[in-house]
Design a protein around this ligand. Structure first.
Ligand SMILES: Cc1ncc(COP(=O)(O)O)c(C=O)c1O
Length: 372
């Protein structure tokens, strides 16, 4: 027996101003109601090819091995680990937030030797710090989080990638939050392997996560002697489906692919640079409004702030949980709590995709003022 009174779902409309999931673009929602196609239907294969092209452009890469895996961002993170961090190999993690910690845990569970270069949450790493650490540790792979959603800090990765190349290490970047809203620039930065998600900057639901692998990293994967510990997340097997004869590995979800296809089409129509500018303007408007209300950004240096996830300390005497509850109950607005070390201490506000407009930021600030 279904527990809903009406067997058809009629759901409330919320403003998802959290750090993700973000509001899905209306075209994405419409696409998901299209007919389910078979996995070798030429129309479905074309959709997959176009998704791969759209992802290459959003990632800023020419990597042919760019495609989605059937997982949320954490599953994609685990995919990067099982394929590119063999048991017993050394992984250097640049850690200044919750998601770098998650990467460390996943890699350790898969038998990697994890060494960590740690800084205060909200800070980023200089080239000197990265070089000194990597020359000492000499790891096989290096990882960092380009947009650390737990703190609101953005680190393009140039400094880390340059230092990693100096010791011949593979560069793995978490672009779960940056993709689709801020520059990722895989090729320019020198990132070998990246994983992302669908439910933040791409304005899709969760469930399908883009991965991109450079030709050199793919060669390294092909040369690897032992099989990755996960069959489901084995990129060599997944990739066999991408080109003729489209060998079956797992059954892809058509609605999630239609969603990603339309999300990328929307991005292409707006233009990446325009989209970045729109997110940046929304962030500046939001932060100015928040500072007027007495909030303080976690990330001190404006150059290192994520544009579409703003983490702030509330003013003295303001209870963050109460603010979130009031926003939800009175205005159907969801914003995010702090996580990990910053749990109970900060609020995280996302202004992504359709919500990154002057009008929507003004609506949020008005509601927030009323809920303090
Ligand atoms: C930077 C970062 N990495 C990884 C993840 C994990 O992604 P998911 O929640 O989709 O599994 C998140 C989720 O917020 C994230 O922000």
């Amino acid at each position: 027996m279904l527990i809903t009174a009406d067997p058809r779902l009629v759901l409330p409309k919320r403003f998802l101003f959290g750090p993700g999931p973000s509001v899905a673009d209306p075209r994405v929602c419409e696409a998901m109601s299209q007919p389910v196609l078979g996995i070798r239907d030429p129309v479905f294969i074309k959709i997959m090819d176009e998704i791969r092209a759209g992802l290459r452009s959003a990632f800023g890469t020419a990597n042919l091995m760019t495609f989605p895996v059937p997982a949320s961002g954490s599953g994609a993170m685990e995919t990067a680990v099982v394929n590119f961090v063999p048991p017993g190999s050394k992984l250097a993690v640049f850690a200044a937030g919750h998601f770098a910690d998650r990467m460390s845990i996943i890699a350790a569970r898969h038998g990697a030797v994890v060494v960590r270069c740690e800084k205060e949450w909200g800070e980023v790493f200089s080239e000197g710090e990265a070089r000194e650490f990597l020359e000492r540790e000499r790891p096989q792979a290096v990882t960092f989080v380009q947009a650390e959603t737990s703190t609101g800090a953005y680190q393009s990765g140039h400094t880390i990638a340059t230092a990693a190349k100096g010791v011949g290490a593979l560069v793995i970047a978490d672009t779960v939050t940056s993709l689709g809203a801020m520059p990722v620039e895989l090729d320019e930065v020198g990132i070998d392997v990246t994983f992302s998600c669908s439910q933040k900057g791409l304005s899709c639901p969760a469930g399908l996560s883009p991965i991109s692998v450079s030709p050199a990293a793919w060669e390294q994967l092909l040369r690897r002697l032992e099989e990755p510990a996960s069959w489901y997340l084995d990129l060599k097997l997944i990739a066999k489906y991408l080109e003729p004869p489209h060998v079956y590995h797992h059954t892809p979800s058509p609605p999630l692919h239609y969603a990603m296809h339309q999300a990328l089409a929307v991005i292409e129509e707006e233009g990446l640079e325009n989209r970045f500018r729109r997110h940046r303007r929304a962030h500046e408007q939001l932060l100015a409004g928040l500072e007027e209300l007495g909030f303080e950004p976690v990330v001190k240096d404006p150059a290192h702030r994520i544009w579409h996830v703003t983490a702030v300390y509330p003013p003295e005497g303001v209870n963050e949980a109460q603010v979130r509850q009031r926003l939800f109950e009175r205005h159907d607005i969801e914003i995010g709590p702090g996580i990990g070390k910053l749990g109970g201490k900060v609020l995280r506000i996302g202004t992504m995709g359709p919500l990154a407009t002057e009008e929507n930021v003004a609506l949020l600030l008005d509601a927030l003022r009323e809920c303090l």
